[in-house]
Design a protein. Structure first.
Length: 423
């Protein structure tokens, strides 16, 4: 079959790497793709939200299956666009319809869903520009640290955690009144702070049945020891060492099952990946957030551990036959470490030549913000490349990734040297 992946990051390179191994995949296209996807697929220079151009590509190349990588096109209704078009409705789309994508598109929508279905999460209230004074009053009722979340999509940067009440009030004003995150912060959710250790759970669903993929833990902060600004993710580890069988059972019974059942009860059509951001408080899991796609860089450690032919799994999701698939997982650990441009997540330069990729033997380099220019791989984004390795333990896998990174070079290259430090 002919398959199209939408997106251009490390997640999409990992999808392409895995799908290209499938006996069922005839032709593979990635729009817009990157220097890594170019090695295993055909890149097409189309933006993920250019639905008319995507339609033309799908028809021209007789695409049978579309895998949506990032959240933007899902929140903008790409699945609905296919279903409502006579020429496209036969094409399978992996990713929820617009109504269900609101789980990531709106923090308030997600919190209301969690409360409605009695899924454990932090207490919260939401505020607008008109109710900013009530927001200040609500902050006064909480104890530090204070958690403020822009309601809409803010490219992973819309969550702020502050220890000082005056700073929290100033931040609330900045988000609501001064539109710090544009339309994403016309509404802000303020939450109680949950003290614990975070992890991510990944679920496949065909709308009725579900399968749970391996857990992963990612590292969001730019600085070592989890300090500094939030990023899209600086590295990840799978499996999560502290997630015991008993804890995983709690996640499935208290969170995964009621989430999938809640989607059905609320008539939210969902064929795709549910990425549940969790926190372990004591011995209990609570939901921090939902994402309606795979995580990045978590995909770079979860998919390398999946032994199944990914296309078989995606077809079962599209056909409503996920209950017929047994998910097989590699027992080895996988870790990934993200190389970023100097200055990221603030201003950084692009166009730096990356050398040494061809010398890597013990790891898999997944390209992210990297493109081909005149036959050379150059940086094109903040998060440039993710270096994934296997090991019998996560420590062994991390060591291999760092050994591989030593062979790579680009101007102002930065990475965290402490991934896995808290495990």
């Amino acid at each position: 079959m002919n398959i199209l992946i939408l997106g251009s990051g490390g997640r999409e390179h990992t999808f392409a790497w895995k799908i290209a191994q499938s006996k069922t995949c005839k032709s593979l296209f990635v729009a817009p793709g990157n220097s890594g996807t170019a090695e295993v697929a055909t890149n097409v220079n189309i933006g993920v939200n250019d639905f008319p151009a995507i339609k033309q590509l799908v028809l021209d190349k007789a695409v049978d299956l579309v895998v949506v990588g990032p959240e933007d096109p899902l929140v903008n209704g790409i699945h609905d666009f296919f279903l409502n078009d006579e020429a496209l409705k036969h094409v399978a789309v992996i990713g929820p319809q617009k109504a269900a994508a609101e789980l990531e598109g709106s923090k308030e929508f997600a919190k209301e869903f969690l409360y409605r279905h009695n899924i454990p999460t932090a207490a919260y209230e939401s505020f607008t520009k008109a109710t900013v004074e009530q927001g200040y009053a609500f902050l006064e009722t909480l104890t530090a640290p204070y958690v403020l979340k822009a309601d809409g999509l803010a490219a992973g940067k819309g969550v702020v955690i502050l220890n000082d009440i005056d700073e929290a009030k100033a931040e609330l004003k900045s988000m609501l009144v001064d539109s710090k995150f544009g339309s994403a912060s016309t509404k802000v959710v303020i939450e109680e702070f949950l003290d614990g250790i975070e992890l991510s759970c990944f679920v496949l669903t065909d709308g009725t049945n579900y399968k749970v993929l391996p857990t992963a833990k990612d590292y969001k902060r730019i600085g070592e020891g989890d300090t500094g600004l939030n990023t899209g993710g600086m590295g990840a580890v799978s499996p999560v060492p502290f997630a015991t069988d008993a804890f995983l059972e709690k996640i499935e019974q208290r969170i995964v099952k009621p989430t999938v059942e809640g989607l059905k009860k609320d008539n939210l059509p969902y064929v795709g990946f549910i990425f549940i951001g969790l926190i372990k408080v004591g011995d209990d899991p609570k939901v921090i957030e939902y994402n309606v796609r795979m995580g990045d860089p978590e995909t770079e450690v979860v998919f390398p551990r999946l032994k199944n032919d990914l296309v078989d799994v995606l077809q079962a999701m599209a056909n409503g036959t996920l209950d017929k698939i047994d998910i097989a997982i590699d027992s080895r650990a996988a870790t990934t470490i993200m190389l970023v441009s100097g200055g990221y997540p603030e201003a950084y330069e692009k166009g730096k030549v990356i050398t040494g990729i061809e010398t890597i033997e013990d790891s898999i380099p997944f390209h992210a913000g990297a493109q081909l220019e005149d036959g050379k791989v150059v940086t094109s984004g903040g998060r440039v490349m993710s270096i994934t390795s296997y090991g019998e333990t996560y420590q062994e896998a991390i060591k291999k990734s760092y050994q591989s990174i030593a062979k790579l070079q680009f101007d102002k290259m930065y990475y965290r040297k402490d991934i896995g430090f808290d495990l």
